[in-house]
Design a protein around this ligand. Structure first.
Ligand code: HEM
Length: 497
């Protein structure tokens, strides 16, 4: 048989292989079409069902992501492949099997995050890809493992725990010290990433890695490196085995070596003593709180790692985008500055209540999260055969167990048709304008920077308080030194006085 095939020569052999693959992909598609028909629904509009057509999309999405053009990528996708009955959802598969259903439809987001919450989850593939880094933490699990983690973590994010703003004050002040003299250029984004790493490690462990003072410290370097490789592992998951893991594993070891002494010290405290500390001890940390409920080192390590990754980049990216947009609008900066000076004055630290009582400040952050959600797209795997709703009067989209729904908050939150018509009170949705929030509330499930439903971001209030605190502290200073007067093309802000 082998000799006969070889005798055909390379041209015939390639033709034969191509024909067999074509038959294989066509058959798989027909089988899926039949299953969908039998289930009484439809597919989303198909972009590709074989690697020849799917790989170019895959490569261009990676390229656009690397070049900060994800919004354009999604807009083109739906413009090219959306249909009148399904304008905001399309599907793609590599081998005709597992489908990736890409959507920016609020009803689909609502379905995966709440109406059919138990039918969708992170799934096994996501869990396995992230396991070396985040273990069986809140971030990587579904079902009981997830709900147990959530119950463990939530108490540390209740309002009473966040009211104490001292931690934000300490690190915001250090950041201010790093701002250069008037006339010099600063990469504020880098400073925000270092500050949020310091805040989060301080909050979790009671000890900061102090990356504002020491940007090249091993922890910060390892954390960035592990995250970078983790993104590659996630995006290229079918080719995961080909990605070199030496630096990834070494990075994880460095993170663990930093955390372990704190975990060990906490475990040396007796449960009775921890209970006493929890009542009102200022030194009582997130780590202490977890140790009240579990003495399992792996569980503690996994949850700390998860909250660290969830809380650091998201907050730093939002603060950076806020400053970037503010540098375009001096009148917003002036208005914000007046609001802050009228509410808090210039000599004292704001209280939790002050921060919550400045709607214009909240609206400014909301607006940054509308245009630049820190999690621009997210995925959920179908844990059983299920569906997504069609538009009114249209059949539902059938989703099989293992299919993946990719929903983009970034693309959805920029869809002009989900907003009121443009008017004096409601400028073009592409424009940064905190005032629009004065007399407008987004329709349900059209604005989800923190997700929604049972898995809504557990650190939302912590993040909003941290960001408001930073804006409150930094704005008058950035304004008075002229840092917000001129933004360079690179995105850095330059002092110009
Ligand atoms: C601007 C800041 C933030 C944004 C935009 C944000 C957004 C999100 C989003 C979209 C999710 C859902 C992820 C998913 O289920 O796939 C999430 C989950 C989560 N976030 Fe945040 N987050 C922010 C800050 C924080 C902070 C500061 C913390 C903690 C210090 C935190 C802790 C968490 C945790 C633990 C989860 C997992 C919740 C669960 O699965 O039940 N986040 N966040």
């Amino acid at each position: 048989m082998f000799a006969t095939l070889m005798a055909l020569g390379p041209v015939y052999l390639s033709g034969l292989t191509f024909a067999m693959l074509a038959i294989f992909f066509a058959t798989r598609r027909l089988v899926n079409d039949r299953r969908i028909y039998d289930a009484g629904g439809v597919r989303a509009n198909v972009m590709a069902t074989n690697p020849l057509f799917a790989i170019p999309f895959f490569v261009s999405s990676g390229w656009d992501q690397m070049n900060n053009r994800l919004d354009k990528f999604y807009a083109n996708l739906f413009r090219r492949f959306g249909t009148p009955s399904q304008p905001n959802v399309v599907e793609i598969s590599f081998f005709g099997g597992t489908r990736f259903i890409m959507t920016r439809e609020p009803e689909h987001v609502k379905t995966v995050l709440t109406s059919k919450f138990s039918s969708y989850g992170k799934g096994q593939q996501f869990h396995d890809a992230w396991h070396p880094f985040l273990g069986d933490s809140i971030f990587t699990t579904d079902g009981k493992l997830w709900s147990d983690s959530r119950a463990l973590i939530r108490p540390m994010f209740l309002k009473d725990r966040i009211r104490d703003l001292e931690i934000f004050d300490t690190w915001a002040a250090r950041l201010i010290n790093k701002l250069p003299a008037s006339g010099e250029t600063v990469d504020i984004c880098d400073l925000f990433y270092r500050m949020t790493l310091d805040v989060t490690t301080d909050y979790l462990l009671g000890a900061s890695v102090n990356s504002l003072e020491d940007p090249k410290n091993d922890f910060a370097k390892a954390f960035n490196e592990v995250q970078r490789i983790q993104m590659l592992i996630t995006i290229l998951s079918p080719l995961n085995g080909l990605i070199p893991k030496y630096r990834y594993n070494r990075g994880i070891r460095i993170l663990e070596e930093f955390m372990n002494p704190y975990i060990e010290a906490t475990l040396r405290i007796s449960p009775e003593e921890l209970e006493k500390m929890s009542k009102n001890d200022k030194e009582f940390t997130f780590l202490h709180n977890i140790a009240r409920f579990t003495r399992d080192r792996t569980v503690i390590r996994d949850q700390i790692m998860a909250v660290l990754i969830a809380g650091r980049d998201t907050t730093a990216a939002t603060l950076s985008w806020t400053v970037y947009e503010l540098s375009n609008y001096p009148h917003i900066v002036r208005k914000l500055r007046n609001v802050i000076l009228n509410t808090v004055g210039s000599s004292r630290m704001p209280t939790y209540e002050d921060l919550k009582n400045m709607p214009y400040l909240t609206h400014t952050i909301n607006e940054a999260l509308r245009l630049y959600p820190a999690v621009p797209y997210n995925v959920r795997a179908a844990l059983e055969d299920t569906s997504l709703p069609g538009l009114p009067g249209q059949p539902e989209i059938i989703v099989f167990k293992g299919d993946v729904v990719v929903y983009s908050a970034l693309s959805m939150q920029r869809r002009p048709d989900i907003y009121p018509p443009t008017s004096e009170k409601f400028p073009d949705p592409q424009v940064f304008c905190p005032e629009r929030w004065d007399h407008w509330t987004p329709k349900p499930w059209t604005y989800v920077p923190f997700n929604g439903g049972p898995r809504i971001c557990v650190g939302q209030n912590f993040a909003m308080t941290e960001m408001a605190f930073c804006c409150e502290c930094h704005l008058p200073l950035l304004h008075s030194t002229g840092l917000l007067a001129n933004r360079c093309d690179s995105g850095e802000v330059a002092a110009e006085v």
